[in-house]
Design a protein around this ligand. Structure first.
Ligand code: 3PG
Length: 302
């Protein structure tokens, strides 16, 4: 997706489709949310899809079939279905089961995409966070049906496109979350584009580890990425202190003092103050991913 001009907004649907009455929309969303037991721990990703779902119903769509994956192929989306049922009639808005429960989605299997295509008349991509995945519901399915960008996807692309058009400076890039392998190319790219890059979340743990520091039981990618050299880049700022937890107990300490039974759960107050100063100075901020384990109550810095 090179520019906003290359995507067709959902707003244009009434002009493009003659009659929406009685039609079924397949909406690919990102309901890959934290779930414990049968409880959704954070519903942000569900809530952000509502404007697109409501707009489709307002435009006269008979039914919406929602498609989503969960990173864990064994995780059912039933707890998400319960939340949706509080907001929409299940007769009109129906959520299919985790797309990754079978192999077709991740293999970008055309037959799997064809089976999905049979369920609806139009396709809407409302999943910016998954659009880098060459999977069946992202890549093959939109080739089989008239395809549109959901409101959120459109907004994300529109906002992100400012990055490539000479953004005001200082330009601060804040990067958190996990899955180092997918984020390393971003870090490398933005060492050329941004003025400062603040790295938190589990991504910082990979840096700490490769710099020879103990990260205890904290989440980190197992692979080595040669980060010692990257950490010396003056644009990169790592948290000087962290909040660690052992069971329910938590402590703040400098990042080099983490013990082997501790889990780094958030950035610490000094790091938060550093980030706050950077945020105040910045004239353009790009932010991807949480700075701590917000779904387990460590959302303070984020
Ligand atoms: C995410 O949470 O980053 C997206 O939903 C993508 O999930 P994935 O890394 O399992 O493809």
């Amino acid at each position: 997706m090179r520019s906003i001009r290359n995507i067709i907004s959902l707003r244009e649907i009434s002009r493009k489709e003659k009659n929406l009455k009685g039609k079924v929309a397949l909406v690919r969303v990102d309901f890959n949310v934290p779930i414990r037991g049968n409880k959704v721990l954070d519903a942000t990703r569900i809530n952000v899809a509502y404007p697109t779902l409501r707009l489709l119903l307002k435009k006269g769509m008979e039914k919406i079939i929602i498609l989503s994956h969960h990173s864990d192929p064994k995780q059912s989306l039933a707890p998400v279905r319960k939340i949706l049922a509080k907001n929409f009639s299940p007769a009109r808005v129906h959520l299919l089961e985790n797309l990754r429960m079978g192999p077709g989605e991740e293999k970008n299997d055309l037959n799997f995409a064809k089976k999905l295509a049979k369920l609806g008349d139009i396709y809407i991509n409302e999943t910016f966070p998954d659009s880098h995945r060459a999977h069946a519901s992202i890549v093959s399915l939109p080739k089989l049906l008239p395809a549109y960008a959901g409101l959120r996807l459109e907004a994300e692309v529109k906002n992100l496109s400012h990055v490539f058009k000479n953004p005001p400076r200082p330009f601060l890039f804040i990067l958190g979350g996990a899955k180092f392998s997918t984020k390393l190319p971003l870090i490398k790219k933005f060492t050329r584009k941004a003025d400062k890059i603040f790295i938190g979340g589990a991504l910082a743990n990979n840096f700490f580890k490769e710099m020879g520091m103990n990260i205890g039981k904290s989440l980190a990618d197992r692979k080595k990425y040669g980060l010692k050299k990257l950490a010396r880049n003056p644009k990169i700022i790592l948290p000087e202190d962290v909040v660690v937890s052992v069971g329910r107990k938590q402590k703040t300490k400098t990042a080099d003092k983490v013990l082997k039974n501790e889990i780094i759960s958030d950035i610490g107050p000094k790091a938060t103050a550093t980030l706050f100063a950077l945020v105040r100075r910045a004239r353009f901020i790009l932010w991807n991913g949480p700075l701590g384990k917000y779904e387990f109550g460590y959302g303070g810095a984020t």
